[in-house]
Design a protein around this ligand. Structure first.
Ligand code: CA
Ligand code: CA
Ligand code: CA
Length: 312
């Protein structure tokens, strides 16, 4: 099933569910939710207990009684009914011909320079954002990750490791910091690295492989107090993580380069960190995924299964 058919299927499922709900439930939602800023309609706004899956019915605590995403399984949002436990995506960029956001919960990105959309890890993953050293995709008003548990994943192909702060994905500007830098290190450090706003760093021990697709994952686990890096589904680094995750003031999101502070372009500084190569399947979760889930995402990518459970 192609992506659009899949999304249509979600929408149909959501509409059917909405139609099946009774009037009193809806009335309860709107009448009892006055203590929050949300309206209880489950559309992803804050305060009404949504977990942010953006499908309008997967929220918890809004009085409608559902706990899943309305697709009949336990909340992975992929609609495949297999009951796997993946949380809803809080941001998803599949880069299949464009840089739009795929989960409905975060921002579309705009191309900077002349990025192309070329072959990815496997045919099922469609195309990847392909950059030759002066291109990127950026956007304004990034919907920050909420809570203290976070997972960010991406496939990345480094054609070259030249340059500093080579960026895979970043909410961080030149004048204001943000929630994270994920990419490579500064100066000659070409190790996979994640930097948080409170200056906690996690750095892999080995240089990032070039000339091949590499799956990367960063997990912030508040309960365990761990900030973990994974390469190709395997844990490579663990450092201490002290929640909360600082939000920071930068509002831009950059894939393939550091954005400017408001995400209307790339940072105008030497440390812009252009990625040279490919990036695909950038996904974010407001949850600390387990080692098994990270491994599954890696294996799914090799098998051509995208984060939303579909294949191109
Ligand atoms: Ca893709
Ligand atoms: Ca270019
Ligand atoms: Ca470098």
């Amino acid at each position: 099933m192609n992506r659009f058919a899949t999304r249509f299927a979600y929408m149909s499922a959501a509409l059917i569910l909405a139609a099946c709900r009774t009037g009193p439930e809806t009335a309860t939602d709107s009448s009892t939710d006055t203590s929050t800023t949300g309206d209880g309609d489950g559309d992803g706004d804050t305060g009404d207990g949504d977990t942010g899956d953006g499908d309008g019915d997967g929220d918890t605590g809004d009085g409608d009684g559902d706990t899943g995403d309305g697709d009949g399984d336990t909340g992975d949002g992929d609609g495949d009914g297999d009951g796997d436990p993946f949380p809803p995506l809080a941001g998803y960029w599949a880069f299949n011909g464009d840089s739009t956001e795929g989960s409905g919960t975060n921002i579309d990105l705009m191309p900077i320079g002349d990025p192309e959309y070329l072959a990815s890890v496997s045919p099922g993953l469609g195309t990847a954002l392909t950059l030759d050293g002066d291109d990127a995709a950026v956007g304004a008003d990034f919907v920050k990750l909420s809570g203290d548990d976070v997972t960010i994943v991406a496939w990345a192909y480094a054609e070259s490791l030249e340059g500093i702060w080579n960026t895979i994905v970043k909410n961080w500007g030149p004048g204001t910091s943000g929630q994270f830098h994920i990419g490579l290190g500064e100066a000659d450090e070409d190790m996979f690295q994640s930097v948080l706003n409170n200056n906690e760093w996690a750095t892999a021990e080995d240089p990032f492989p070039s000339g091949e697709w590499v799956h990367t994952a960063v997990v912030l686990d508040a309960m365990a107090g761990e900030h973990r890096l994974y390469i190709n589904g395997a844990l490579v680094t663990t450092v201490a993580y002290a929640a909360p995750l600082d939000v920071g003031e930068s509002t831009g999101l950059g894939v393939g380069a550091k954005p400017n502070d408001d995400g209307t372009g790339v940072a105008e500084q030497a440390e812009v960190g252009f990625w040279n190569g490919g990036i695909d399947e950038v996904g974010m979760y407001n949850a600390a995924l387990t080692p098994e889930q990270i491994s599954t995402i890696y294996q799914n990518g090799l098998d051509g299964i995208q984060l939303d459970g579909s294949s191109e």
